[in-house]
Design a protein around this ligand. Sequence first.
Ligand code: PBG
Length: 329
Amino acid sequence: MSFPTVRLSRLRASGVLRSLVRETTLDVRDLVAPLFVHHGENLRREIASMPGQFQLGAEHVGEQARRLFELGVRAVLLFGIPARKDAQGSDTWDDQHGVIQQALRVLRQAVPEMLLLTDVCFCEYTDHGHCGVLVERQGQLVLDHHATCANLARQAVSHARAGADLVAPSGMIDGQVAAIRQALDAAGFSHVPIMAYSAKYASAFYGPFREAAEGAPKFGDRRSHQMDPANSAEALREVRQDLEEGADIVMVKPALAYLDVVRRVKDAFHVPLAAYNVSGEYALVKAAAARGWLDEKPLVLEILTALRRAGADLIITYHAEDLARWLGE
Ligand code: PBG
């Protein structure tokens, strides 16, 4: 074979050439930054397994959101850790004292233009750490999807009333999107979109999050409702069902070990798609970088670019603040 006349390396010779033919972009406008809100005014506690991430009292959440906004991050996703947990997770629909509702009011004042997304689930709010109402079936405590849907609807409406711009149900509860859509519409919030955690896997990558959000199950696990990591055709069924129920954005989670699922969903449904670069993915990067084993900045850029290349429109990532800084340099 003769030496090729088309030499693919020609267009890699300089930075200008490379950026002219680059197929994928990574922009601060694609990012959503998760924030952990904790009851308690002055609280600011670093999460050991997620260096650089904090549990924050409402005032500090306001400051953090302001900082993100100034760097160009225009959307935050709120997770709440309430002072008191109970069997149902009633803090989630407490209009007055709910940890999320209080934070939403502070954020609305502190950063009026920030898009405020709320996680809608129960595991951080129940004393048993499960994602909804438990009932006994054949001597075992199991999730009651039907009863949980009613509570999810209540939670979502309360969030909307307190100023949430978008709600994101993450519990993988059957029928959750339909229940929330109906309730929002009936309460006058037909304009509030739903981002559904549609293909959410029962993953070991959530470990650090459970420390951050204090939402680990006290017994059992979440394999009865979150997806089996071995499946991907099933992810398409989950996505289709959520779209039929009224989801506006669908999500694949975790991200890095599920790039094939991101691509399959993007090809099968031409709808806005989010990828959640979860706590364990963040912890791996941070741990290796802290030891000097990997170079953090190019690593994060490569990982997040890969998520976009796989088909994600938006990326939920704890690297948002760092990335915004790097992209602005
Ligand atoms: C449930 C929820 C979890 C995450 C987001 N929403 C935890 C779980 O399902 O156990 C994980 C996010 C992450 O690991 O970054 N409310």
